[in-house]
Design a binder for this molecule. Structure first.
Ligand code: PEP
Ligand code: MN
Length: 374
């Protein structure tokens, strides 16, 4: 839910776009340097007026990207718009306003698309609505039995998206690297039995097809946020992508990384904050909770919070989950383990069979206070 005082600049144009299908076709010549002009047509402008404008833009060798709304159509102009003259465009029939999109991340910017993007998963879960999407499961898939135990606990608490790493990005090459495709098969089997969706990490371009075969959401981890080839590759799939913020990435870099994915035609992107590296060493990372509120203003994409990797400590995670919900997160991803002491990865931050349901019960109250549900 977006607080109305976040959008005062845009309110006047009341862009009401029912679908972003058309955005998929936008190919930007130089997304970093060119400002896109957008032409806001009057409410219920006629098809002829819209077409007239589109024809004109094409005639001056620019690319029109019309975003058709239920009431109002906005035409984004792609290319070097210096050839256009604002007052000339204003003289066209049924034009309400002509403005520049200033953000370098044009496709992800709320400036371009005012309405929240909603991502629908095959099991019926929608991400980006009033209902906060909960995702949980082990850091790494270790065995079918371990996965089943975690999945059953989180499913019983109402969680409908199962996480679990089959390909693990580990700091040390001697640490457990994941079960690979076997792990993916286990995830799919458990998730299908419990009617859950699967989110799992993809680290390599050549594995996109394999991971996409089993997963419902492709996770691009913090270490790969600026692996541009990987971003392009997942952008060419039809699977939703959860992009995690790089350990030391600025928010602008994060938004531009999401832009890479959308530019390839995949508009189902969610952005996940998971802590950033600072001088602080008492916790694993510093939870970038301000980024949640900032990103909600800046982009129409759903924002997910990962308090597990942000803090690294199981007893800190519930408080940070509540805070993330209060900050406006559209989803929460956490790690659980049936026996954290024996976990092959991230045991210290694993919620247990007891603490996970307790956290969910309290999170429900926070969500309600924020006008949302779990
Ligand atoms: C994970 O979610 O399993 C993970 C490795 O996260 P991150 O990329 O945020 O470290
Ligand atoms: Mn982990």
């Amino acid at each position: 839910m977006l607080n109305s005082n976040h959008i005062t600049d845009l309110e006047k144009i009341k862009i009401n776009i029912s679908s972003i299908e058309t955005i998929k076709n936008i190919k930007l010549s130089n997304p970093l340097t060119s400002n896109n002009m957008i032409i806001v047509m009057k409410r219920f402008a006629s098809k002829q007026s819209i077409q007239h404008m589109i024809d004109y833009i094409e005639s001056v060798k620019l690319t029109p990207a019309p975003l058709y709304g239920t009431e109002r159509t906005v035409i984004a102009v792609i290319g070097d718009e210096r050839t256009l003259n604002r007052s000339h465009l204003m003289s066209f029939p049924e034009v309400s306003d002509v403005m520049s999109v200033l953000a370098p991340y044009k496709l992800v910017a709320r400036e371009t698309k005012y309405e929240n993007t909603i991502i629908k998963l095959p099991n019926g879960v929608k991400i980006g609505t009033k209902q906060i999407a909960m995702m949980s499961g082990p850091c790494a898939v270790e065995s079918q039995e371990q996965l089943d135990k975690s999945a059953e606990i989180v499913a019983a608490a109402g969680t409908r998206i199962l996480r679990g790493g089959a390909y693990k990005p580990r700091t040390s090459p001697y640490d457990f690297q994941g079960l690979g495709e076997e792990g993916l098969k286990m995830l799919r089997k458990t998730a299908d039995r419990l009617n859950m969706a699967v989110v799992t990490e993809i680290m390599r371009v050549d594995l996109v097809e394999t991971v996409a075969k089993y997963a419902d959401i492709l996770q691009v981890g913090t270490r790969n946020m600026q692996n541009f080839d990987l971003l392009k590759e997942v952008g060419q799939t039809k699977k939703p992508v959860m992009l995690k913020r790089g350990l030391s990435a600025t928010l602008k870099e994060f938004l531009l990384a999401a832009e890479y994915i959308m530019k390839e035609g995949n508009s189902e992107v969610m952005m996940c904050v998971r802590g950033i590296r600072t001088f602080e060493t008492s916790l694993r990372n510093t939870f970038d909770i301000d980024a949640i509120a900032f990103l909600k203003k800046e982009t129409h994409l759903p924002i997910i919070a990962d308090p597990s990797h942000a803090t690294g400590k199981a007893d800190i995670i519930p408080a940070m989950t509540y805070a993330a919900i209060a900050a406006g997160a559209d989803g929460i991803i956490t790690e659980t383990h049936c026996n954290p002491e024996e976990a092959l990865c991230d045991g210290a931050q694993a919620l247990t069979d007891e603490t996970y349901p307790m956290m969910i019960a309290q999170a429900e109250k926070i969500a309600e206070a924020m006008g949302r549900t779990l």
